[in-house]
Design a protein around this ligand. Structure first.
Ligand code: HAM
Length: 429
C-alpha cells in the first residue's frame, strides 16, 4: 500500500456528523442578519499581500508571523486571507459601494493563519463577518452587538460575556501610546521577552498580555480612558446608553485593545469560560480610518467576526435542530424484484418535499435496518412482496419505541409529512 497523505496541520475536515451543527449556526446567522438588513457578499480567498500589510498593520502578529504568503506564477505576492475585513473594504472601494451610500454587508468562509494549533485555534478556520459602512454614530455599534445577542438567543447559547472598550481616535491613541511607552520603559527589567519586543513595535498589545507578571506591570500603567478625546468619550457614553436601553449586559474592559491595527473608538469581544484559553467567540469594533487608508473616500465603518469552530463547540450536543438534515425515511426492499418499486416510492417522497434515502446494494433486511439506523432516518419504510401486492408500506419508527405499523401506500406521504411537522414543532419548543 502507498503511504497515506494526511491533511495539513491545523486544517480540519468537517465530516457529515458535525456539518449539521454548522448548517444550523449558518442558517440562524443568515436569518438574524437578514432581519437587520445585512446582505451577503462573497469575496476571494486570495488577495494581494499588500492589502493585509496596509490594513491589519505591519507589526501585528498576523502580518509578521502568521500569513500564508507566496508568489504566484507571475511573481505577484499573494496571501490567503487571514481575516475578512480588509478584503471587504477592498471590494467596497473597487465597486464604489461607499459613494454616497451606506452598506450593511456580511460574509462567511475560511480564513488562514499560521498559528500554533490547539483546541479552538486552527490554521484554517471559519468566520462569519459583518461590516457596516457609512455610519459614524454609536447606534450602529450597538446594533452590531444586539445582532450578536439575538444570534446567541437563537442558538440557545448562554454565558457569553460582552466586553467593550474605546481606543479613541488615532490622535488620542498616539498621545496615550507615548505615555504608555514612557511608563513601560521605566519597568523595562520586568518585561518578558514578548513585551520587550512589543514595546518597540506595538506597545498597546502589552496591555492585553495574558501572563500574570505582565498583568501586574500593566496594572500600574496609565489608562487609555484618561486619554480619550472628547468626541470619542461621548461616542462611548452614548453606546453604553444604547446597550442599557436594549438591556444588553456588558462590562467595560479597559485593557481590551485587539490584535489588528485598524481599530478606532469602539472595540468589543464576546467571551466564554467554557472553551479554555480560546474563549473569544466573536470580536470586532469600529475602523473609521481604514477605507481612506486603502485608497477610498473617508468612510466610517464598524464590524465584527465570529469564529465558527468555537461557536459550534458551544452548542449543546444532540440539539435536534442541529441535525435537521437527517432523512425522513430510509427505504428498504426485501429483494431485487422490489428495487424499482422502492426507487419509485423514494422519488414520490422527494416530490412531496421529504428527504428519502434509498437502500442501494442489496443485502439482508437486517443489514438494511442497520444502515437505516446509521443514516439517522426517523423511519424505515420496508417494501416486500406482501406490501406490493396489498398496496401498503411497513413503517418502522427508528428514533422512538413505537411499534412497527402498516400504512396504505397512498397515505404514506401524508403520514410522513405529519410526522415531520410534529417533530419540527417539538424542536421549536
Ligand atoms: P479577530 O479577533 O482576529 O478579528 O477574529 C475574530 C474571531 O475569529 C475570533 O474572536 C475567533 O473567534 C476567531 N478566530 C480567530 N483566529 C482563529 C483561529 N486561529 N482559529 C479559530 N478561530 C479563530 C477579525 O478577524 C476581524 N476581521 C473582525 C472584524 C470584522 N472587525 C471588524 N470587522
Amino acid at each position: 500500500m502507498s503511504r497515506q497523505i494526511q491533511a495539513v496541520r491545523g486544517m480540519n475536515d468537517l465530516l457529515p456528523e458535525v456539518v449539521g451543527a454548522w448548517q444550523h449556526v449558518e442558517a440562524a446567522a443568515a436569518r438574524v442578519l437578514a432581519a437587520y438588513g445585512y446582505r451577503e457578499v462573497r469575496l476571494p480567498l486570495l488577495e494581494r499581500t499588500d492589502l493585509f500589510a496596509r490594513s491589519i498593520g505591519e507589526v501585528t502578529d498576523i502580518v509578521e508571523k502568521e500569513m500564508y504568503t507566496f508568489e504566484d506564477r507571475n511573481g505577484d505576492s499573494l496571501t490567503l486571507r487571514p481575516e475578512g475585513t480588509a478584503g471587504c473594504v477592498r471590494a467596497g472601494i473597487e465597486h464604489s459601494l461607499f459613494h454616497n451610500q451606506v452598506q450593511r454587508l456580511w460574509y462567511a468562509g475560511a480564513m488562514f493563519r499560521h498559528e500554533r494549533p490547539q483546541k479552538g485555534r486552527y490554521r484554517q478556520f471559519h468566520q462569519i463577518g459583518v461590516e457596516a459602512f457609512g455610519f459614524d454614530g454609536p447606534d450602529v455599534d450597538a446594533e452590531l452587538m444586539a445582532m450578536c445577542a439575538r444570534l446567541w438567543d437563537a442558538l440557545a447559547l448562554t454565558g457569553l460575556k460582552l466586553e467593550i472598550n474605546s481606543l479613541g481616535t488615532a490622535g488620542s491613541r498616539s498621545a496615550y501610546r507615548a505615555e504608555l511607552v514612557r511608563y513601560l520603559q521605566g519597568c523595562r527589567a520586568r518585561l518578558d521577552e514578548d513585551s520587550q519586543r512589543r514595546l518597540e513595535t506595538n506597545p498597546l498589545r502589552i496591555l492585553d498580555s495574558k501572563s500574570p507578571e505582565m498583568q501586574e506591570v500593566v496594572s500600574g500603567a496609565p489608562r487609555l480612558c484618561d486619554y480619550l478625546d472628547e468626541a470619542s468619550r461621548r461616542h462611548f457614553d452614548d453606546l453604553r446608553a444604547f446597550l442599557d436601553a436594549l438591556e444588553i449586559e456588558y462590562v467595560v474592559n479597559e485593557r481590551l485593545v485587539r490584535g489588528l491595527d485598524y481599530y478606532t473608538r469602539t472595540v468589543f469581544e464576546w467571551t466564554t469560560d467554557r472553551l479554555g484559553a480560546q474563549g473569544t467567540v466573536c470580536a470586532g469594533g469600529r475602523y473609521d480610518g481604514l477605507v481612506e487608508q486603502l485608497g477610498g473616500r473617508a468612510t466610517p465603518a464598524a464590524g465584527f467576526a465570529l469564529g465558527m469552530e468555537r461557536l459550534v463547540e458551544l452548542l449543546e450536543p444532540g440539539d435536534p435542530r442541529a441535525d435537521a438534515v437527517a432523512p425522513d425515511a430510509y427505504v428498504a426492499v426485501t429483494g431485487p424484484a422490489m428495487h424499482a418499486d422502492g426507487m419509485v416510492l423514494s422519488e414520490r417522497l422527494r416530490d412531496a418535499g421529504l428527504r428519502a434515502t434509498l437502500h442501494c446494494g442489496g443485502g439482508s433486511l437486517k443489514s438494511q435496518m442497520k444502515r437505516a439506523d446509521r443514516s439517522g432516518a426517523r423511519f424505515a419504510l420496508i417494501l416486500g412482496e406482501a406490501e406490493i401486492e396489498e398496496g401498503f408500506v411497513t413503517v418502522k419508527p427508528l428514533r422512538d419505541e413505537r411499534p412497527q405499523l402498516r400504512v396504505a401506500r397512498d397515505a404514506i406521504i401524508s403520514f410522513l409529512l405529519d410526522e415531520a411537522a410534529a417533530s419540527a414543532r417539538n424542536c421549536e419548543r
